[in-house]
Design a protein around this ligand. Structure first.
Ligand code: CAA
Length: 258
């Protein structure tokens, strides 16, 4: 594919947005390629975690492509929003864990892709913002919905209404970034985390992701009921038997369910 590259290291996929001349700006083709890669990754049993990042040292992605959007009408704008949402939905709901390795600007649609990832790791030069209202639009890839769920309504409104950029330390302080690391260590840090997660029972990790996601959309009793049912279900898996027997036999588990 032209603008989004996929590489696989053992059981971790690295998806790289690769349009560095325009700071990895996201046009329709970029979104379509992200979707195609994520769909292929989700279908691949060998892959247990995904790292999403941007090529070059300056940007994760500086937002939707303004040079494309300037010519688009309402119908085309809606189509773009649907592509943004399809990409974000995949990152949020795919069975593998998704980690955003934020290596510079994560603005607009770029920021929204990070919001849909399970975990955000920021390089020291990362900068986050939702600058859309400065362009006469609103965040269209889930920004008005997911940011407030992560950092709270008051802070989300301030960032969206002012378009202010925040740096990596501020992102960490308000809970937007899980960790801040030196830029040259970013990919190694994310890879180590991805491999640690991949070493666990992947089916259980995937069910935990689904249970946590559900908790954002339902009341506590409904979420807790679902959690009980899911735990019961996991008692029927090979990996549960293997993980517990390995513990009792003081050996490393060999997980195989997914
Ligand atoms: N779309 C298209 N091109 C972009 C771009 C974008 N979002 N962001 C950067 N570029 C291009 C620039 O036009 C420039 O191209 P040329 O070299 O051909 O002129 C190149 O990338 C380098 O950018 P700058 O010269 O501007 O670099 P800088 O270091 O001076 O500034 C920046 C960096 C602060 C990120 C600045 O580029 C910027 O503000 N970019 C736009 C950010 C933005 O508003 N993004 C939100 C888009 S709206 C959106 O995303 C909607 C949605 O949710 C669907």
């Amino acid at each position: 594919m032209e603008f989004v590259k996929l590489s696989i290291q053992e059981n971790v996929a690295v998806v790289t947005i690769d349009r560095p001349k325009s700071l990895n700006a996201l046009n329709n083709q970029v979104y379509e390629e992200i979707i195609a890669h994520l769909e292929a990754v989700e279908a691949n049993d060998q892959i247990k975690a995904v790292i999403l990042t941007g090529a070059g040292s300056k940007a994760f992605a500086a937002g939707a492509d303004i040079a494309q959007m300037v010519h688009q009408n309402a119908m085309e704008g809606r189509h773009l929003a649907r592509l943004c949402h399809r990409s974000a939905d995949l990152l949020e709901t795919m069975r593998q864990v998704t980690i955003a390795a934020v290596n510079g600007y994560a603005l607009g649609g770029g920021c929204e892709l990070t919001l849909a990832c399970d975990i955000r790791i920021a390089a020291e030069n990362a900068r986050f913002a939702l600058p859309e209202v400065g362009l006469g639009i609103i965040p269209g890839g889930g920004g008005t919905q997911r940011l407030s769920r992560i950092i709270g309504v008051g802070r989300a409104k301030e960032l969206i209404f002012t378009c202010d950029q925040i740096d990596a330390q501020e992102a960490w302080r308000i809970g937007l970034a899980n960790h801040v690391v030196p830029q040259e260590e970013l990919m190694d840090y994310c890879m180590a985390m991805a491999k640690k997660i991949a070493s666990k029972a992947s089916y259980a990790v995937s069910i935990a992701k689904s249970a946590i996601n559900t908790s954002q959309n339902v009341d506590l009793p409904s979420g807790c009921t679902r959690e009980q049912d899911l735990l019961g279900l996991l008692f029927a898996t090979h990996d549960k038997q293997e993980g517990m027997e390995a513990f009792l036999e003081r050996r490393a588990p060999h997980f195989t369910d997914f």
